[in-house]
Design a protein around this ligand. Structure first.
Ligand code: EPS
Length: 392
């Protein structure tokens, strides 16, 4: 499933067009809105989230509650637009002094973007580079999530680290890397371990107090994936690359690991690869399974039938209330980086965005294997495939 987005952070709206959506999928704006609300949550968000109440308006591709097989266009209005109508006007001249827009923030797209497009007004860059755009990605991802649900697939996420506060590895191992969604959704930082979550919120408070920002780590899990999605024969089919690339396209994401991750490079092969077993009790896709899931659900660029477990690291938000040094792009004098309203920590929100990105890749992989045209046809092809691999 492919998507594009458009829209500035303080423009009238964000839009997305999702293509590759099969016909016959039940889709309502309510399903999309619940994901948008999850993205808006999370302890450490800034004042903007008090203003916005993100809702998707379906503009195309749906009739009588079902998709038509045509592109699905979605619009999310920016409520804050009315406060920015002058500064973001599409006509006329800038009404204000641009000095405050000429101090690029280290870590944001401001400086390199301004050089790239030939402007000293960093707002021309930052309005689009802002992670506000990820609301549109989440809306697109909700369409993919609905499609995956038809194949019995469930996508979730949880936060494992904020700054120096970390979810104990023993907790993760105890749960096999997958937590009940109720535990996660009720945590203000999407951390399934209450005591660690409380320490994370305290770390965010301390960072806010110090004019700092914090990054962290999160994990996306996907359960119910049929073995054999993706492909080993062509570089572009490999889900490892497609999921990795999708996650790294999210602003501020700096690294991705699957399953055992970087530790796989520190252990001998016998401790890394997952023994193949023939189970007494058949699972959803037959008796062939794995004794463990160090691979994180991918082997040879394809799903193994085990849960997909993918980790990512987010760097701290670049807008600092005690700003780093920068230069004025016109005078070249040293100055402080601009300080506009922002988040202290957006790791919980980034985890929801990552769910959307992973869902889009996987819904596309189901379409590639079972057909993109009509959901019913794809489900029939899926059932016939499942019946074949189950008896082998
Ligand atoms: C965001 C909206 C933004 C920021 C944040 C994410 O709103 P505003 O800039 O109006 O305060 O809260 O943007 C960034 C972290 C960033 O680096 O650009 C959102 O909707 O997620």
């Amino acid at each position: 499933m492919e998507y594009r987005t458009a829209g500035e952070s303080h423009g009238p709206a964000l839009v997305t067009i999702v293509s590759g959506v099969p016909a016959g999928l039940a889709l309502s704006s309510a399903a999309i809105d619940s994901d948008l609300a999850r993205r808006q949550g999370g302890y450490g968000r800034g004042g903007r989230m008090q203003i916005e109440h993100d809702r998707a308006r379906i503009l195309s591709g749906v009739r009588f509650g079902r998709t038509l097989g045509s592109p699905v266009a979605l619009e999310i209005a920016n409520r804050d637009w009315e406060n920015w109508a002058q500064r973001m006007a599409q006509e006329g001249r800038p009404p204000h002094d641009l000095a405050s827009e000429r101090s690029p923030r280290p870590g944001h797209a401001d400086l390199v973007g301004a050089l790239k497009i030939g402007t000293q007004d960093c707002r021309n860059v930052l309005e689009r580079a802002s992670a506000r755009e990820t609301a549109a990605r989440v809306a697109a991802g909700a369409v993919a999530r609905a499609c995956l649900a038809a194949f019995g697939v469930e996508v979730g996420s949880y936060v494992t680290r904020i700054g120096d506060v970390m979810l104990p590895a023993a907790e993760v191992e105890r749960k096999g890397g997958v937590f009940a969604s109720a535990k996660v959704e009720s945590s203000p930082v999407r951390c399934p371990h209450e005591e660690t979550g409380a320490r994370m919120t305290a770390a965010i408070d301390a960072a806010r107090e110090a004019g700092e920002s914090l990054g962290g780590w999160f994990t996306v899990t996907v359960q119910g994936l049929v073995p054999g999605l993706g492909g080993y024969a062509e570089a572009g089919e490999r889900l490892t690359g497609r999921i990795g690339g999708a996650l790294l396209s999210i602003p501020a994401i700096r690294g991705v690991e699957f399953g055992l991750g970087f530790r796989a490079g520190t252990l001998p092969g016998s401790q890394v690869h997952d023994p193949i077993v023939y189970r007494e009790e058949p699972g959803a896709f037959g008796r062939i399974g794995r004794a463990r899931n160090n691979a994180g659900g991918l082997e040879g660029g394809m799903t193994t039938g085990e849960a997909l477990v993918v980790h990512a690291v987010m760097k701290p938000i670049p807008t600092l209330m005690r700003p780093l040094g920068t230069i004025d792009l016109e005078t070249h004098e040293a100055t402080d980086a601009s300080t506009e309203r922002s988040d202290v920590c957006a790791v919980p929100a980034a985890a929801v965005v990552a769910e959307a990105e992973v869902a889009l890749v996987l819904a596309g992989a189901y379409g590639d294997k079972f057909g993109h045209d009509a959901l019913d046809d794809a489900l029939r092809a899926f059932e016939s495939y499942v019946a074949r691999i189950a008896v082998r």
